[in-house]
Design a protein around this ligand. Structure first.
Ligand code: NCD
Length: 299
């Protein structure tokens, strides 16, 4: 497949080859953690208009571990010239002169696409509103592959806020590249997946139905910041608590994932269980992002 310049959406990935290559590179970084200098002399700009812990730090750590450096704006709404009224496009036109790659998180759908139109350096979409979060989907699949030996033929339940969760929007589309996946989308009826995301899945509301059959239970929090009616959030936020009772009904070989932060989703009571994979999942983000940075900056 042709080399990607930007990474804006999982729709840019048409077959499994790129995933295989990235995951093989990630696996190598994970197995051989010694310092590598492949990105020596390169600068990453992280430009974040929304809060982040894992995504920003793992990209920055990935850059450092590859011998590169980063410049970082962690609260660009307040601290960048956006506050003075500068357009996203103008900010990008300037920042791409200072960096070799820009990781962008922004509250508007399509922001990464807009940035890519005016950027001379690769743009990585680190979350565009309730749109997509394509690098999270990469690390989610890498995690399933590592934990369960592959993704084909798995029964997977994506649970929570299917309407607003950008991690679900990206993952649901990438899962169509695998064979024999049985996919359940578990959400309250008001929070179903938007129609623009295609795939072969069953929509249900009751988590209990899938617990005995799932290989992967992927929990997501209700995306409070995307609700226009706050009472609606309050009503729905506890829809899918996952604790010891739920764990008991899971297969011994299943895993529980969560892109984190966990807010009214997974109880810390189950952290000790080996099926609780969410912190390993977050850790995997480092290696997958190392692989992605090398791919975009060196190929
Ligand atoms: C997710 C996000 O920002 O969309 N966080 C992350 O990157 N792991 C999930 C979320 O905020 O619920």
């Amino acid at each position: 497949m042709t080399q990607l310049h930007h990474f804006l959406s999982v729709r840019q990935i048409a077959d499994q080859q790129l995933l295989k290559d990235l995951f093989a590179a990630a696996e190598k970084f994970q197995k051989e953690p010694e310092q590598n200098n492949s990105l020596h002399g390169k600068v990453l700009a992280s430009l974040f208009y929304e809060p982040s812990t894992r995504t920003r730090f793992s990209f920055e750590s990935a850059m450092l571990r590859l011998g590169g450096q980063y410049i970082s704006m962690q609260n660009a709404v307040q601290d960048s010239s956006a506050k003075k009224g500068e357009s996203l496009e103008d900010t990008i036109r300037v920042v791409c002169g200072y960096a070799d790659c820009i990781v962008l998180r922004h509250p508007e759908n399509g922001a990464a696409q807009r940035a890519a139109k005016v950027s001379s350096v690769p743009i990585i979409n680190a979350g565009d509103g309730a749109g997509e979060h394509p690098t999270q989907a990469l690390l989610d699949l890498y995690t399933m592959q590592k934990e369960l030996g592959g993704v084909d033929n798995l029964t997977i339940a994506l649970v929570g806020d299917c309407l607003h969760s950008r991690t679900i929007h990206s993952l649901v589309q990438l899962l169509t590249l695998y064979e024999g996946v049985t996919l359940y989308l578990v959400s309250p009826p008001q929070l179903r997946l938007p129609k623009e995301y295609l795939g072969n899945f069953r929509e249900i509301s009751d988590l209990k139905e899938v617990l005995p059959v799932a290989d992967v239970v992927y929990m997501t929090r209700m995306q409070k910041e995307r609700f226009s009616v706050k009472e609606e959030y309050e009503r729905l936020k506890d829809s899918y608590a996952f604790g010891a009772n739920e764990l008991e009904q899971l297969k011994k070989t299943a895993i529980v994932m969560d892109p984190l932060p966990r807010v009214h989703t997974v109880s810390s009571d189950i952290d000790h269980d080996k099926r609780a994979a969410y912190f390993r999942q977050a850790h995997n983000g480092l290696f997958v992002r190392m692989a992605l940075l090398e791919y975009l900056l060196l190929s």
